[in-house]
Write a protein that binds this ligand. Structure first.
Ligand code: ADP
Ligand code: ADP
Ligand code: ZN
Length: 213
């Protein structure tokens, strides 16, 4: 099963993708997590991506697409995967489709999580992310057991540089301009399922599993 998570920054894509990944034993592929791991390890890729990410801009397609195609070609992706944060614009979606078509394959379902902009701003400024395993928390909605420490791996939780209010607003604009057109794109292909991302996260998860079952 090949799944795409679609939605604004902070819509809950990562949160749901992690739960789907555990239940269905599919790799969770987050391009944002891949970039952040590269930044942490000081790689060339990380250095190049960081400038764009800190400004709330998209990393250029050329770089992003190469990383994504390399990742999905790995052995653990044979039975499927969950893409979280890719594609983010029409050209990226077209490259992915072309590659899947070449392999005689396709995307099975696109999970679109809808959350209004006002709620997004509240969520993002309260988001805390693990610097090691990529788990996310929220200071009010999903607090960790111990403040500042990841429940899953014990590493430090941080406020991402790009989760400050001004940058979140920019990212939301980019979402509306470049990513939202993907809703129509996948609707036309008949694979889009829309979910109300403002609901409690376990309720959203239950609705998703009903569709995937
Ligand atoms: P995305 O991957 O779409 O950017 P995340 O999964 O990281 O979004 O979620 C953004 C923030 O909102 C996190 O702090 C997360 O804990 C919180 N969150 C996720 N889902 C919900 C929900 N259904 N209700 C309230 N808060 C949520
Ligand atoms: P969120 O879901 O909270 O917006 P992500 O972790 O998916 O955050 O992405 C963080 C940043 O990484 C983006 O703002 C962008 O700079 C970069 N990025 C991630 N995925 C892509 C992509 N597919 N194309 C271009 N840039 C990306
Ligand atoms: Zn962790």
């Amino acid at each position: 099963m090949k799944i795409i998570m679609l939605g604004a920054p902070g819509a809950g894509k990562g949160t749901q993708a992690k739960m789907i990944s555990e239940k269905y034993h599919l790799p969770h592929i987050s391009t944002g997590d891949i970039f952040r791991a590269n930044i942490k390890n000081g790689t060339e890729l990380g250095k190049e991506a960081k400038g764009y990410m800190d400004k709330g801009l998209l990393v250029p397609d050329e770089l992003t697409v190469r990383i994504l195609l390399d990742r999905v070609a790995k052995e653990d992706c044979k039975n499927g995967y969950i893409l979280d944060g890719f594609p983010r614009n029409i050209p990226q979606a077209e490259v992915l489709d072309k590659e899947l078509t070449r392999l005689g394959d396709k995307i099975d379902i696109v999970i679109d999580m809808e959350v209004p902009d006002e709620s997004i701003i509240k969520r993002m400024t309260g988001r805390r992310a693990c610097t090691s395993c990529g788990a996310t928390y929220h200071i009010v909605n999903v607090p960790p057991k111990k403040e500042g420490v990841c429940d899953k791996c014990g590493e430090e939780l941080i406020l991402r540089d790009d989760d400050r209010e001004e940058t979140v607003k920019k990212r939301l604009n980019i979402y509306h301009e470049q990513t939202q057109p993907l809703i129509k794109y996948y609707q036309k292909k008949g694979v889009l399922k829309t979910f109300d991302g403002t609901k409690d996260m376990m309720d959203v998860f239950t609705e998703i599993t009903e569709i995937l079952a």
